[in-house]
Design a protein around this ligand. Structure first.
Ligand code: CDT
Length: 326
């Protein structure tokens, strides 16, 4: 019998700066209730789903921004999501800003800020946590930009790697191999491969991607923004023979446009479901996990074909070097 799970990509329309956590949580609860009616067993919410994409708002002193972060998960405000998971027997993936007090690499306990995602099972238990590794944007206010993208100011680089867990979910009592990445990570094949090497079957990722590239010195065609997002997710799924659920925040948020286009992608790299609004919207697909077998036993049979002795530059080098001139 096929190993199937019905997954929901729960796109969120804009969450404005003035919106409270309750506004966001109530909208997510409505999507979970709809998911329950449509047979969803695992629902995926976007990056920083509880607030506006606040890295567009500069603060001089980071402590002034503490109100954007969650110091506890669950908290009073987010507990209803965990209750809904138990009530509907539905797992969920949630992106949020995390405030932690923990030792840094020197062993000093201090306040630390991460762009985080969690996977919660139908018992309301957190079974996996991921902290964003690839932080785009800049750390200082950039007067040349109409909209700031201060992720490098608001977050530290994640320190949990790209973990994959096998955990029961929905009908799949035997477990599914699940992993997470966040937004910009999807553009980096390294992130996908690290999870592919852990036999990931389902990758969940939330994103907040502006329709306009403020870094572009010249002009960048708008349609390419969506194309590159889809291209990255489709390639990651194909090359690692896994399902992917890419879920956006969409629409005009604090005056800045986020492009939406949430998708579910199969292990052949095909888009099987896509959001077609910039609103809160649930798109679903009944994912056959056995579809992962073809790729991983043929073209992408890693054990048979990978040649890591020729990939050492990937981990020994960061920036590109020039080739020798002959
Ligand atoms: N949230 C996030 O990572 N967004 C980036 C936009 C980069 S533009 C500075 C992305 O890669 O989609």
């Amino acid at each position: 019998m096929a190993r199937r799970i019905t997954v929901g990509a729960a796109q969120l329309g804009a969450i404005q700066k003035a919106d409270s956590r309750k506004v966001a949580v109530d909208r997510m609860l409505a999507l979970m209730a709809e998911g329950q009616r449509r047979g969803v067993e695992l629902i995926v919410f976007p990056e920083l789903a509880l607030t506006t994409f606040f890295p567009r708002h500069y603060v001089e002193n980071l402590d002034e921004a503490d109100h954007w972060y969650e110091a506890a998960m669950p908290s009073n405000e987010t507990a209803p999501l965990f209750e809904a998971a138990r009530k509907y027997r539905m797992g969920f993936h949630l992106g949020y800003a995390e405030l932690a007090h923990e030792p840094d690499e020197t062993g000093v306990v201090r306040k630390r800020r991460f762009n985080t995602a969690i996977l919660v099972n139908p018992d309301g238990k957190i079974v996996l946590k991921y902290r964003k590794v690839h932080l785009p944007g800049h750390a200082e206010f950039d007067p040349a930009r109409k909209v700031q993208h201060l992720e490098k100011r608001f977050f530290e680089v994640g320190n949990l790697g790209f973990p994959v867990v096998r955990s029961p979910m929905g009908r799949r009592d035997e477990g599914i191999n699940m992993g997470m990445m966040i937004c910009n990570d999807r553009r980096w094949p390294e992130a996908w491969r690290v999870m592919g090497l852990q036999s990931v079957e389902l990758v969940m990722l939330g994103y907040n991607t502006p329709s306009i590239n403020q870094e572009a010195k010249g002009w960048e065609a708008h349609h390419l923004r969506v194309f590159h997002s889809h291209l990255s997710i489709q390639a990651g799924c194909y090359q690692n023979a896994c399902w992917g659920v890419g879920v956006a925040k969409a629409g005009i948020e604090d005056g800045a446009e986020l492009f939406g286009h949430s998708i579910i992608v199969n292990p052949q790299g095909e888009i099987v479901a896509m959001a077609d609004t910039w609103e809160d919207q649930l798109v679903t697909h009944d994912c056959d996990l056995d579809m992962c077998t073809l790729g991983r036993t043929s073209i992408f049979n890693f054990a048979a074909h990978r040649r890591p002795e020729h990939y050492t530059r990937i981990t020994s080098q960061v920036g590109a070097v020039e080739p020798p001139v002959v």
